[in-house]
Design a protein. Structure first.
Length: 569
């Protein structure tokens, strides 16, 4: 019999599905904020959803069913006051009406208040069964879609063609656009686009107008995926709604604009960075999703090998000098620097950052947002920061010789300076600074180390299986033909949207500047010479770290080849 006194934590501890250490870690972190603890543990990888539900099913003697087992007939909600919003918010789904009892699938069996509310609302006895959040939400989507179709189709059908007439023309009145974008169907459509992105773990939403269509794409684990798109006629209405949410000028369609949105979706606090860009067929919109709950600010949880983690932690504890992180856009450089700052963020240190833009706000750290239109750029901001008596400075990116020179000078005058630069590998950062006009003796004196990194997709644990390793791939990995190594891939399943991957982790190349490297910098040798010496000193390259993660079953050979294609091996 279900009792309120059976909390999920005690059940999982009793069945040894989690440890006391994990429980304390989750409760002490910012990832758990009053939501169902089982959901928090599953969402952040501490326990698999199926394991959670199977354990609860055994303990509570409740059936655990999957979507395939749901009744195929129409749902028993006709005439009942059950709304889609209620079902989504509470993650419940009515399955069957048997005599005077309504059978309901739930994800959180301990939400007794919701079950009692439902009982009073429908005037029926309630019997619950367990089911996953994904299966329940997918069923809500299917049922509430038009004729069993998608929710997108249903919402679009609520917006009449006559209502939208002329909305995508540039001479339409601002007031009319605002009125239409504030209508419930458009609001619901935009909210659906954002909610769907959160559910699929997307990092970016791309809305791109073309001559005949409006394309909707989500970037998931670093790769763009095309989804069902709204019709082209709604392009202006959707864009205007997003601009209203991000407090942008809806009457300005000729110039790019940037804004931010703060929302609470699916129980998560979400910050979104919004960018609009005028194109030939309308305004292109990109929304970067900044999910605080998924932000990992712990170097030990970012995929660093043991040796590189120890060296990195030693470097960020130095009293002064410069540490660079390199890699292409979207390789996690800023997140690594945030994790480093979080590690050394203590009351005895004053930390100031200058970024473009500030992606995550960090407690106890002074963060400055670059505003080029009023003259606040990296170089000018950095000059002012130095006069604020900081111990640690983070410069979002070194883009020009002036910023490079000032940051080096700051490192030489008693400050610990973190920054990023775009190069293919760690050794290339040295030659990039030389190309910017920074003197070789200054680089040699100030630079502590350079970390190159990439993000690789992690194989989905639900559909992971052994993969064949061809002779060609063995050669790429530096293996002998007779060497036997097991590698893996994901065959694709519902949990990973048939991609075979779920989540990402880093691969790293850490160049520590010792005396031998300093001599080479003074001689202005090539990046290849620096790399060769660093490897003699024990540095492991990006690809070598990648192969280790392949052999460990974390990622695939193809992923390592994809992200390290142009790097030295």
């Amino acid at each position: 019999m279900l009792k309120k006194t059976d909390p999920v934590e005690s059940i999982l501890l009793r069945h040894k599905k989690i440890t006391e250490k994990v429980l304390k870690e989750v409760k002490a972190s910012n990832i758990h904020s009053g939501t169902y603890l089982g959901k928090t543990l599953a969402d952040h990888g501490y326990i698999h959803t199926q394991t959670l539900l199977e354990t609860l099913s055994t303990e509570l003697r409740l059936p655990y069913i999957k979507k395939e087992q749901y009744p195929k007939s129409g749902l028993p909600v006709e005439g009942m006051t059950i709304t889609e919003a209620f079902l989504r918010e509470k993650i419940i789904f009515p399955l069957q009406l048997k005599d005077d009892t309504l059978v309901v699938a739930v994800y959180d069996p301990f939400d007794l208040y919701t079950i009692e509310d439902l009982k009073v609302s429908v005037g029926k006895n309630i019997r619950i069964v367990l089911s996953s959040e994904q299966d329940i939400l997918e069923s809500i989507e299917t049922y509430y879609g038009e004729d069993g179709g998608s929710a997108m189709n249903r919402m679009v059908s609520d917006i009449q063609d006559d209502d939208m007439h002329g909305l995508d023309t540039l001479d339409d009145s601002t007031e009319h656009i605002r009125d239409m974008a504030s209508e419930a169907p458009v609001i619901k459509l935009v909210n659906h686009i954002i909610s769907q992105a959160i559910e699929t773990r997307a990092s970016d939403i791309h809305l791109e107008p073309f001559e005949e269509e409006l394309q909707l794409r989500y970037r998931i684990d670093g790769i763009l995926h095309e989804l069902e798109s709204p019709p082209k006629r709604l392009s202006a209405a959707i864009t205007t709604r997003i601009k209203i949410m991000s407090k942008l000028d809806i009457s300005e369609r000729r110039l790019p604009q940037d804004g931010r949105i703060k929302l609470k979706i699916l129980g998560k606090d979400i910050d979104m960075r919004v960018s609009t860009l005028p194109t030939l067929h309308g305004e292109s919109v990109v929304m970067r999703i900044l999910d605080r709950g998924n932000l990992v600010l712990d170097l030990s949880q970012m995929g660093f090998p043991e040796k590189e983690l120890r060296l990195m932690e030693e470097l960020i504890q130095k009293p002064y000098g410069k540490l660079l992180v390199t890699g292409p856009t979207g390789s996690g450089k800023t997140t690594t620097l945030y994790a480093a700052l979080s590690k050394i963020n203590t009351p005895d240190k004053k930390i100031i950052t200058i970024e473009d833009p500030v992606e995550y706000q960090m407690r106890g750290i002074n963060q400055i947002h670059v505003k080029s239109q009023i003259g606040l750029n990296f170089a000018d901001g950095l000059r002012s920061i130095v006069r604020q008596d900081p111990d640690v400075i983070m410069v979002g990116e070194i883009r020009d010789p002036e910023t490079a020179d000032i940051s080096i000078q700051a490192a030489l005058t008693g400050h610990l300076v973190f920054s990023t630069v775009h190069t293919n590998d760690a050794a290339g950062a040295v030659t990039r600074l030389l190309d910017m006009g920074v003197e070789n003796f200054l680089i040699s004196s100030a630079l502590l180390g350079v970390l190159a990194q990439r993000l690789v997709r992690v194989i989905c644990p639900n559909c992971k299986e052994e993969a064949p390793l061809t002779p060609t791939l063995k050669i790429e990995m530096g293996l002998l033909e007779k060497e036997d190594v097991n590698v893996y891939h994901g065959k694709g399943c519902k949990a990973c949207s048939q991609t075979g991957f779920k989540g990402r982790c880093g691969i790293y190349e850490l160049l520590v500047i010792d005396d031998s490297i300093r001599e080479l910098i003074l001689k202005k040798v090539t990046a290849q010479d620096i790399c060769d010496q660093a490897r003699k000193n024990g540095m492991r390259t990006l690809r070598e770290d990648g192969w280790d993660k392949v052999v460990s079953g974390i990622t695939t050979v193809e992923e390592i080849l994809r992200v390290t294609l142009n790097d030295r091996n």
